[in-house]
Ligand binder design. Structure first.
Ligand code: 6R9
Length: 648
């Protein structure tokens, strides 16, 4: 990749200073960067002291066998005690831990004292089902409190959970259960999605015809729908868990005790089981949640809209917020059920102060119209977060204007399943934010951009994002495949972690993420980032969303093909297509003009909202569409194909 070109094209000059009041009382100030730079390990040792350790660690990092890290290795702690019991012991038992909002409108309030009882009962139930320290438990649940309770119950007894998205097929579940060698599955009859009960247990029943090793299935009753029942294997949550004692003594586990495995699909090959462990992971999720969201546990109401099956749900619903004693909202359903203002109604109802969501959701809200959020009182919001994809400047500005009343800081947080916690993000009381840039590595994190030869690029150039020092919440390996861990992440650039993302540094040294390296296009010898072309398209008033891919082209090597969703009012005709091409040309330069623009109604996305460009590339190159099992909605590809003329 030539760095001159990794499309250092987009110009974005807007800057937003932190609100004075927030800056004056911020949890973290600029000196954190200085302290962490002076002594990174001392900085992390200090952050580890946010946790309650049964045995305090004396050693911070053991990097004697890279890339296999051990953090706080001689320390011992119980993760669930840190997320629940210690807040009750500190006198906060009456504080609300979870405001649960079901899709049909039912709600539950769970205090920390109640959460402690629920987690203890679930831990006793797991023990009764024969689960012990070191086992694996698969969790296949909707977004209900039992998902969080199950994860914490596993953590409490030292069993690793493997949460699988409720939308995944029986085959996808089966391969994950088999790879993790899970002994128990926790599921539900179903959950509510788009106004209807959507069954879950049938996928588990089918998956378990394909894999051995699962002895018991614990089933939460959520929807009341009919389920098939295997006597001796299946057991109802309300019959087993609800009748357990709420007393459970949390044993301390090693800091490096496996906490969870979470599968990432990647572009090729079988899913990778990313392994996270306890002490370092909890240290960094708790610290970043405190620093990046400026959490004040006594007064804030936090809401992360992610699904628990995504790493964002693990780190910023279950572990980080609960370790910090936060009060949070958990919502079961989709943003347009029963109406397109559902999110804003929830913000208004619970007076949410910190909202963490994804660019895909923000672009959808833009498409639905400014008038929808305008109908609700959003004045409680004080910090807005974004995660999952690069957020294009138009969406960033819309988020700030229409959700944040033109004044709330936006924190664009870059991280991955593999990093476990946030790595690059503004700090809301410190950073002068730039729409579309994640900006700086957080205190204690070392990240930069390198060229093909692993040399750091100068400011103003692009290349590959790398992490140059180990960090507490880093993945420890790929479950059962140390070699794949080394090959995928540590072999491209000697001694550096290769994130797989393209990035550039601007003239101030701030980092801009440019999407997955696999998605970068090579057009007539120029590297062009899909992200920047997509951003330019979304900058046109007629465009709500876009996805751009490079398709093999006889003349230019690759040609840019753009799939575009229009805003409600735009007319899809040839003039508009010409106008869009010219708009991209004007914004980024003629080389970035899409060769083809295809107007569609939907884009293929994963459950966490990431566009699956691989599938669009199949269409652009006229191939049969590949594996769609991790799509949120598997019918989307048929819809897109039906809409497109066969020739262009
Ligand atoms: C947390 C999460 C990781 C990939 C990552 C990158 C993209 C995430 C981003 C972002 C630009 C951000 N990504 N956050 N790109 N700006 N703020 O998303 O984990 O599902 O493993 O995905 O997502 O491409 O490499 P995961």
């Amino acid at each position: 990749m030539s760095n001159e070109s990794l499309a250092n094209l987009l110009k974005e000059e807007r800057r937003f200073a932190p609100p004075a009041e927030l800056a004056a009382s911020a949890n973290v100030t600029a000196d954190a960067y200085t302290r962490a730079l002076e002594d990174r390990l001392a900085f992390w040792a200090e952050q580890a002291r946010r946790l309650d350790w049964a045995v305090e660690p004396t050693e911070t990092l053991d990097w004697s066998n890279p890339p296999f890290a051990k953090w706080f290795a001689d320390g011992r702690l119980n993760v669930a005690h840190n997320c629940v019991d210690r807040h009750v012991e500190a006198g906060h038992g009456d504080r609300v831990a979870i405001h649960f909002e079901g899709e049909p409108g039912d709600s539950r309030t769970i205090t920390y004292a109640q959460l402690k009882d629920e987690v203890s009962k679930a831990a006793n139930a797991l023990t009764a089902l024969g689960v012990t320290t070191g086992d694996r438990v698969a969790v296949y649940l909707p977004m209900i409190p039992e998902a969080v309770i199950s994860m914490l119950a596993c953590a409490r007894i030292g069993a690793a959970h493997s949460v699988v998205f409720g939308g995944f097929s029986a085959d996808a579940v089966a391969s994950r259960i088999a790879d993790a060698d899970a002994k128990l599955v926790i599921t539900a009859d179903g959950g509510y999605r788009r106004g209807k009960p959507s069954a879950l247990k049938p996928a588990i029943d089918e998956a378990l015809t394909k894999v051995d090793g699962v002895q018991r299935v614990l089933v939460v009753r959520r929807t009341g729908q009919q389920v098939a029942w295997t006597e001796g294997r299946d057991v109802w949550w309300h019959e087993l868990v609800d009748t357990q004692s709420p007393e459970h003594t949390a044993q301390a586990h090693d800091a490096e005790q496996p906490l969870f495995i979470l599968y990432t699909s990647g572009t090729t090959g079988k899913p990778k089981g990313i392994l996270h462990t306890s002490g370092g992971y909890l240290t960094q999720t708790a610290y970043t949640h405190h620093a990046v969201f400026d959490l004040k546990p006594e007064s804030d109401v936090y809401w992360c809209t992610a699904d628990i099956g995504w790493v964002t749900g693990h780190s910023y619903i279950t572990y980080g917020p609960l370790a910090n004693g936060a009060t949070q909202v958990i919502y079961e359903g989709t943003p347009d059920t029963p109406h397109q203002g559902r999110f804003w109604e929830i913000v208004q109802k619970y007076k949410v102060t910190i909202l963490y969501t994804a660019p895909t959701a923000i672009r959808t809200f833009m498409k639905w119209g400014d008038d929808i959020p305008a109908r609700f009182d959003l004045s409680s919001l004080r910090i807005l977060g974004s995660v999952g994809e690069p957020i294009n400047p138009e969406a960033w500005i819309w988020y700030r204007e229409h959700i944040g009343a033109g004044k709330t800081p936006i924190v664009d947080t870059w991280w991955q399943t593999e990093t476990g916690a946030m790595m690059i993000s503004p700090l809301p009381g410190v950073t002068h934010t730039k729409p579309g840039s994640a900006q700086r590595p957080l205190p204690g994190i070392a990240a930069t951009v390198v060229d093909d030869n692993a040399a750091e690029v100068p400011d103003g150039s692009g290349g590959y994002l790398v992490l140059t020092e180990p960090w507490p919440s880093m993945l420890r390996t790929v479950w059962g495949d140390d070699q794949r861990y080394i090959d995928t992440y540590w072999s491209r650039f000697e001694g550096k972690y290769f994130a797989g993302d393209g990035a550039k540094k601007d003239q101030d040294g701030d980092i801009w993420l440019l999407g997955r390296v696999d998605d970068v296009m090579l057009v007539s010898g120029h590297n062009i980032s899909t992200t920047e072309v997509e951003s330019a398209l979304v900058g046109h008033p007629a465009v709500a969303e876009s996805a751009v891919v490079g398709a093999t082209d006889a003349t230019t090597g690759q040609a840019i093909v753009a799939f575009v969703i229009l805003r409600g009012t735009a007319t899809p005709d040839d003039d508009l297509v010409t106008d869009l091409r010219n708009h991209v040309g004007k914004t980024l330069g003629p080389i970035a003009k899409p060769k083809q623009i295809k107007i569609v109604a939907e884009l293929p996305k994963t459950r966490s909202g990431k566009i699956m460009r691989r599938l669009l590339r199949d269409i652009a190159e006229g191939r049969e569409v590949g594996d769609t099992t991790t799509l949120a909605d598997s019918t989307v590809m048929n819809l897109i194909q039906a809409q497109l003329p066969t020739t262009d």
